[in-house]
Design a protein. Structure first.
Ligand code: NAD
Ligand code: ZN
Length: 358
């Protein structure tokens, strides 16, 4: 499966499939032939599992291939690791004719993309996602590291040259990481495609038994939805905000549970339940929330706010979420399935609905 992403700043292909990695050397040979060096940035876990496969595929390019291994997860997205990557690039004499390959999940993609965006004012990079969540993060060009005062606060818009999504890599993904990524798939269906939502709900009943065909469908559709939004609004001036559906409370839950204790997707799933409830109340959304909750519970998601979290704390976190502009908090709600909108919700309503959730 292949598609083209067209943004104002760049057009690039997304190739999805089993053994898609074999397309990588041809793409480099045809599109980036002037390259002098290739640097793969990956994390410890992915290096162990899949680095050799990628290195082997790259032999065909005839280019020197280096690799740099960073810590897993959010530990990759620090100033220290960013600095070490830049030092490595300089010491290995990479330059504007060098390519960075981000091999890993969203964390590696965000870090490696930001290294590419800033090294010598920007060099090309290719996303090779290895998680389901990365169907979301690998497309769209947002790259970032974290600051102690806020996640993803130091970043850039830097579109990749290509996204090569080899479904084989997903075979080694732990269940909890699948669950994290699948929440973003659900999100894409809810904000943009009612039929896709129905398809997911009737076909995905066990995250341990997703077929290649099903992965292909959900990733292709999910990326298609993300791409169509990003193509219209690359720099997040308007509709790109709809991608934050479920993320206002989700980020608050994720942050206050401590990153790593609750995955991103598990947190935003709770945020989506909340946003769906608010949508019913404020927009008259016609939606069978009970059925939704039964379905996602059977997939292993928690659908209520963890008891130890204080509602006041969550409220304050929601209000400082970078997406809110006015009083109260700005939410992405649904008028109907597939029809999102932005709405400011008063504090009193936000608290009431949080109490309702458990
Ligand atoms: P991740 O990169 O931390 O990967 C999750 C875990 O899975 C890691 O421990 C990793 O080592 C492991 N892993 C990766 N691939 C594997 C494989 N094939 N087999 C076994 N283990 C594997 O995180 P993620 O969940 O993919 O992404 C989360 C990150 O993405 C967050 O930092 C978030 O901010 C970012 N994000 C960015 C965007 C964007 O638009 N840039 C969008 C959404 C999320
Ligand atoms: Zn997300």
């Amino acid at each position: 499966e292949s598609m083209q992403i067209k943004t104002a700043s760049k057009q690039y292909p997304v190739l999805i499939g089993k053994q898609a990695i074999n397309e990588l050397p041809d793409f480099i040979t045809h599109e980036l032939n002037q390259l002098n060096k290739i640097l793969i940035i990956t994390d410890e876990k992915v290096a162990e599992l899949h680095l050799q496969t990628v290195k082997k595929a790259l032999i065909k390019t005839g280019k020197p291939v280096l690799h740099y291994v960073v810590p897993e997860g959010e530990h990759a997205k620090t100033f220290e690791v960013f600095y070490e990557c830049q030092s490595y690039c300089l010491s290995q004499q990479l330059n504007r004719k060098s390519l960075i390959i981000a091999l890993g999940g969203g964390a590696v993609g965000d870090l490696a993309g930001f290294v590419a965006a800033t090294f010598m004012r920007g060099i090309p990079f290719i996303q090779v996602p290895t998680t389901l969540l990365a169907h979301d993060s690998a497309v769209g060009g947002k790259v970032a590291i974290n600051h102690p005062l806020g996640k993803n606060m130091i970043g850039a818009f830097h579109q990749p040259e290509a996204v090569i999504y080899d479904l084989e890599f997903l075979q080694t993904l732990p269940l909890q990481e699948l669950r994290s990524g699948f929440a973003e798939v659900i999100k894409h269906s809810l904000i943009a495609d009612k039929e896709f939502y129905r398809w997911l709900k009737s076909n995905i009943v066990d995250l341990n038994n997703i077929t290649d065909e099903q992965f292909l469908t959900m990733i292709t559709k999910g990326i298609g939805i993300k791409a169509s939004i990003v193509e219209e609004d690359e720099k997040e001036m308007g509709i790109r905000a709809f991608l934050n559906f479920g993320h206002t409370l989700g980020h608050a839950v994720e942050g206050s549970m401590g990153y790593g204790n609750f995955t991103h997707g598990e947190s935003i799933l709770i945020g989506m339940v909340y946003a769906l409830k608010l949508s019913g109340r404020e927009q008259g959304l016609d939606f069978k929330l009970d059925e939704f909750i039964n379905w996602v519970s059977s997939l292993g998601y928690q659908t209520t706010i963890p008891l130890q979290l204080e509602k006041e704390t969550l409220l304050n976190l929601m209000k400082t979420d970078k997406k809110s502009i006015n009083e109260g908090a700005t939410f992405v709600l649904l008028k109907q399935l597939g029809s999102p909108l932005l709405m400011d919700i008063a504090d009193s309503v936000l608290i009431e609905e949080m109490i309702e959730m458990k």
